[in-house]
Write a protein that binds this ligand. Sequence first.
Ligand code: TRP
Length: 455
Amino acid sequence: MATVSRGQWSGRMGFIFAAAGSAIGLGNIWRFPYSAGENGGGAFVLIYLFFVAAIGIPVVLSELAIGRTTQRNPVGAFKALVPGSLWPWVGGLGVLTGFGILAFYAVIAGWTLSYLWGALTGVYGGVLTADESLSLFNELITDPTKAIFLSGLFLLLTILVVRGGVSKGIERVTKILMPLLLIILVILAIRSVTLPGGMDGLVYLFKPDFSKITVTVVMSALGQALFSLSLGMGAMITYGSYFPDGENLPNAGITVAIFDTAIAILAGLIIFPALFSVGVEPGAGPGLVFVVLPSIFGSLPAGNLFAIAFYALLAIAALTSTISLLEVVVSYFVDEKGWSRNKSAWVLGIFCFFLAIPSALANGASPFFSDFMGTGVDFLSLNNNLWGNYSLSLGAIALCIFVGYKWGISNALASLEASGHKLPAPALFGFLVRYVCPVAVGAVLIYVIVTGNYF
Ligand code: TRP
């Protein structure tokens, strides 16, 4: 396998920005607040943080270790390590999951474009009530042409970056925009926390009410931890495969995980105080962030400028995530099927557009997809749950079993520490990968299956 032609990040910082670009996205700003709100707040947040530390960090490191050693896409990586086994199917599930996630993620990402357009044309300049904001949102999501067009546009942008190759395309954008996003979020969080009634939001977010814990809450917190860190489908195997020699991989992986989690909490600090201040239900569902945010901009000086900057950065954060989703699928077709990068990006991106159409219609535009086959669940939420919670959990548990019992902790450590940089607590890493992850994830999945609490 010619490694030179696959490209590499320009250095450790290049990798950190690219991987943070993958991790930070709608998962932090859209999905985290909406899941936290649907799952009762504080207790969900606490379990989520536990899963990030106990499962997220070991899985990030495991994926990166596999990627660095094999320099391959998820399927090729397993083929290289255990040829002729069934393990490459774990990578295959990852590639499929990449499609599954991208197909609904592109729809939400499309909404950010519409909000950016609205901000550019001055819609959020004045003070909007929660009802006005809700009706703007409904106008958008129930219009089939708009919803389909916007997800298509977003996928087109993704294709254009991915076909240019990883280091050139992804790094350049994220290096500048991630720090800017952080600054804007901090300003919005300060504004939100100081809104009248904002403190109730902080209590909701941080004070755990343990009576609210159910299987669904635990499952969603696990899924959220994996989703937000881009784990369980080989995205970090792929990104680790472009990691430059001689750089500190353990440190880079852990930095990304901390950074990503901080952004999610920051998004919570923006959404929950504002939500209590304007009187929106925490469990409002996928539209939560889109309905709540406009009300904050109206209460800021030069609010419309903030709105423009915020939605532009949000769209870009989403783009650096869709890039990583498409990249996994593309790298598989480039490495394993011998397709050119350009052909892979176009063919697979367009295929994904067709997969995205039902999700684009699932919020009122089509009754069939909005209440999918009479299940009471819309097609977008169904996919969010199926790929974003279950499939990622399955991928994570398989990966931990692979690293812990097949490939071996010592091989993983050797790969992580290849350039002489030590992992802070190697024994803890081994313990988490071999015991905690398989047992915890396994228990959650079995519990969900046995109790039938799928949604
Ligand atoms: N982590 C991204 C977010 O929070 C979404 C994402 C990108 C992702 N690549 C992934 C999720 C791979 C799971 C797996 O928005």
